[in-house]
Design a protein around this ligand. Structure first.
Ligand code: ADP
Length: 495
C-alpha cells in the first residue's frame, strides 16, 4: 500500500539518537515526521498539529510515557500510539497496550523493525478511514433510498387517479387517497385485506388476482376494464404486473380513472344525434320521393340535362337517408335499446335471404357470391333477426364494395364449440395491419387509392360490433393488403 505523504508521525523520546534515527528512517519511507523530547512538549505539538501516529518512549524525565498516553487517548481515539521501550520495561509496555497503545517496539531497534510497526499503524489508520468512508456511503445510499421511497409515495399519493397495489395473494399493500375517494371508502380504511374488501366488482377482483399471480405477463394482453357503481359512477381500470429483477411477479398495480363525465357526454351526444337524425329523416325522405315524381314527369330531350342533375340529387338524398339510418341504429345500440326481443330462428334462412338480396350488387361487379353451409343442421339461435340481418348485411356489402371486379366472396358457416361461426371471406383490397383495430371506430374509413371513391359512412362496422357486443357475440378480422380479408363472427347458441 502506498504511503500517504500527509500521514504525520510524532517521535517522542528523550534520547536524541533515537529521535534522529527514527526521523531519518521514517522520512525516507515517506512519512511526515515531527519530534518532541518530553511529554509536555509532545502534548503541545498534538495540540497544534494534526498527528496520526505517535512513537512514544515510556521512560522519560518529567511526565512519564503512560501519563502522556492517557492524555493522548483523551484527546483523540484515532491517533495510533506505538510505545518505545527498553527490555526492562516490557511489563510497562503491556500495561501501555492495555491502556490503548496500538503496538510496541523494543529499544534498540533495526530500521526495518521500525518501518514494519509504523507501516502497520498506518495500515490500521487507512482501514479505519476506509471503513468510515464506506459507512458514510452506506448511510448516504440508505438516505437516498429513503428520499426516493418518500418521493414515489408522494407522487402516488398525489395522483388524481386511483392507484392500488396488491401482493401475489391479492392482498392490498398500498392505496392512494384518490382510490379511497373514487370508491367511496372511508379515508382511514387500512390496507392489508384482500382486494374484494375494497373493490365491489367480482370480475375485476378476479382479474387483479390473476395479474398478481403473474398469469398476464404481457402488458398488451391485459384488457381495459370498465365497471360501474350504483349512482351513475363509471370507472375505467387498467392493471399491470409488478415484476422483480428476475422477471418474477411480485404483485399487481391497478389504476382506476373516473369516466362518469365522459359517459354522460357520450350519452348526451347519442341523444343529440338521435334527435337530429330523427328530425332530418322525414323531410329528407319527402324530398327523395318528390324528386322521383319530378324526374318521372321530365320526359323528352329538352329535359335531359335537368334530369341528370336531379338524378344526382336523388342519389345524394339516398346516401343521406342511409347515413341517418346508420346514426339512428348506432344511437339505439349505444342506448341498449336494440336486441330487446330475441326469438328462436334459423341462421341459415337469414343468411340465404341476405345473399339473395345482395346477389344483384355482386353480379354488377361480376363477383361470385357463395354461401357454404355445414352438412349437419345448425342448432336454432335465440337472437333478434333484424340485428343479424344488419350484421351480415353490412359484412357482405363491405366484401362486395371493397373487392375488385370479378372477385370472389364466400360466406361459410360452421360450429366452433358452443358458438356458431360465420366467416365472410373476400379476395379483395384487404386492410393494412395498422388500420385493423381502427375500422371498428365510428366514422373511420381507410382512404387509399382503391377505397377513396367508394361511398360509405364508416358506421357499418361499429354497428356490427355494437350489435355483437350486446348479443354476447364476437368479431375478429384477418386481412392482407392485395389478398383479401376474412371477418369471423362468433354467435352464442343460447342467449
Ligand atoms: P364503410 O364501409 O361505410 O366505409 P365500415 O365501418 O363498414 O364503413 O368499414 C370501415 C372501413 O373498413 C371501410 O371504409 C374500409 O376501408 C374497411 N373495410 C371494411 N370491410 C372491408 C373489406 N371486406 N375489405 C377491405 N376493407 C374493408
Amino acid at each position: 500500500m502506498e504511503i500517504n505523504p500527509d500521514i504525520a508521525v510524532l517521535v517522542v523520546d528523550d534520547e536524541q539518537d533515537i529521535r534522529d534515527a527514527s526521523e531519518r528512517i521514517l522520512t525516507r519511507t515517506g512519512f511526515k515526521v515531527m519530534k518532541a523530547t518530553r511529554g509536555d512538549e509532545a502534548l503541545d505539538v498534538l495540540d497544534k498539529e494534526r498527528i496520526d501516529i505517535v512513537l512514544l518512549d515510556l521512560k522519560m524525565p518529567g511526565m512519564d510515557g503512560l501519563e502522556v498516553l492517557k492524555r493522548i487517548r483523551m484527546l483523540s481515539k484515532t491517533i495510533q500510539v506505538i510505545v518505545i521501550t527498553g527490555y526492562a520495561t516490557v511489563e510497562t509496555a503491556i500495561e501501555a497496550m492495555k491502556q490503548g497503545a496500538y503496538d510496541f517496539i523494543p529499544k534498540p531497534f533495526e530500521p526495518d523493525q521500525l518501518r514494519i510497526v509504523v507501516n502497520r499503524a498506518w495500515e490500521k489508520i487507512h482501514f479505519i478511514q476506509e471503513a468510515k468512508r464506506l459507512e458514510q456511503e452506506r448511510n448516504r445510499t440508505l438516505s437516498d433510498l429513503d428520499t426516493e421511497k418518500s418521493r414515489i409515495r408522494t407522487i402516488i399519493e398525489s395522483f388524481p387517479s386511483g392507484v392500488v397495489v396488491t401482493d401475489p395473494k391479492g392482498r392490498v399493500m398500498l392505496m392512494n387517497p384518490a382510490f379511497r375517494q373514487l370508491l367511496g371508502l372511508d379515508k382511514n380504511v387500512k390496507t392489508g385485506n384482500r382486494i374484494e374488501d375494497y373493490l365491489p366488482d367480482e370480475d375485476l377482483c378476479q382479474l387483479v388476482l390473476e395479474i398478481s399471480q403473474g398469469k398476464h405477463v404481457d402488458y398488451d394482453d391485459i384488457p381495459n376494464y370498465e365497471f360501474s357503481l350504483p349512482d351513475e359512477k363509471y370507472f375505467m381500470a387498467r392493471g399491470q404486473p409488478i415484476l422483480g429483477e428476475k422477471k418474477e411477479c411480485l404483485g399487481a398495480v391497478l389504476n382506476i380513472v373516473d369516466i362518469s363525465a365522459m359517459k354522460l357526454l357520450d350519452h348526451l351526444k347519442s341523444e343529440f344525434v338521435a334527435k337530429v337524425s330523427h328530425e332530418l329523416r322525414s323531410p329528407l325522405s319527402t324530398i327523395h320521393e318528390q324528386l322521383a315524381l319530378v324526374i318521372k314527369d321530365m320526359v323528352g330531350e329538352d329535359f335531359a340535362q335537368d334530369q341528370h342533375i336531379l338524378d344526382r340529387a336523388r342519389e345524394k338524398t339516398k346516401g343521406l337517408i342511409s347515413l341517418i339510418g346508420d346514426l339512428l341504429d348506432l344511437s339505439r345500440i349505444e342506448e341498449g335499446i336494440i336486441c330487446q326481443e330475441p326469438q328462436s330462428l334459423r341462421l341459415e334462412e337469414i343468411l340465404k335471404n341476405i345473399i339473395e338480396f345482395l346477389r344483384t350488387s355482386a353480379q354488377k361487379k361480376n363477383q361470385s357470391l357463395t354461401l357454404v353451409l355445414p352438412q349437419d343442421e345448425l342448432p336454432e339461435l335465440t337472437a333478434d333477426p333484424i340485428a343479424l340481418e344488419s350484421i351480415f348485411g353490412n359484412l357482405v356489402t363491405n366484401a362486395i364494395n371493397y373487392t375488385q371486379e370479378g372477385g370472389e366472396i364466400i360466406v361459410t358457416v360452421d360450429m366452433a364449440g358452443i358458438n356458431v361461426r360465420v366467416k365472410v371471406k373476400d379476395n379483395g383490397f384487404g386492410i393494412a395491419d395498422k388500420y385493423l383495430n381502427k375500422i371498428f371506430d365510428r366514422f373511420y374509413r381507410v382512404k387509399d387509392d382503391k377505397t377513396r371513391y367508394i361511398t360509405g359512412t364508416g358506421l357499418g362496422l361499429p354497428i356490427v360490433k355494437g350489435l355483437l357486443d350486446s348479443m354476447g357475440g364476437f368479431i375478429e378480422v384477418e386481412s392482407e393488403p392485395g389478398k383479401g380479408s376474412v371477418f369471423t363472427v362468433l354467435l352464442p347458441v343460447k342467449n
